[in-house]
Design a protein around this ligand. Structure first.
Ligand SMILES: [Zn+2]
Length: 75
C-alpha cells in the first residue's frame, strides 16, 4: 500500500518557533507580523498593536477591525 508514501508527504518540518524569539507565538497575529507590525495581541481585550516591528515604547493596542484594515490594505 501507500502508507510509506503518505508518511513521506507530510512535508518539511516547519520552524515556527525561533523566528520571533522576542515574542510568544500564542499572542502575535501572524498576518500583521508579516505586514511588518509589532502584532502583539492584548489577550484580555483581543486588541492588537499596530505599531511597526521593534517599535520603541509600549504597545498601542487597536481594535481587530483596525488591524484588519492594515492587513487588507498592504501591498
Ligand atoms: Zn507593540
Amino acid at each position: 500500500m501507500n502508507a510509506e508514501q503518505a508518511a513521506a508527504s507530510a512535508g518539511p518540518t516547519e520552524t515556527v518557533d525561533g523566528e520571533r524569539p522576542d515574542l510568544s507565538n500564542s499572542n502575535v497575529r501572524e498576518d500583521l507580523a508579516m505586514a511588518g507590525r509589532c502584532a502583539l495581541v492584548h489577550l484580555p481585550t483581543g486588541r492588537t498593536c499596530l505599531l511597526p516591528l521593534r517599535h520603541q515604547g509600549p504597545c498601542e493596542f487597536h481594535r481587530p477591525q483596525e488591524a484588519q484594515d492594515v492587513v487588507s490594505s498592504r501591498d
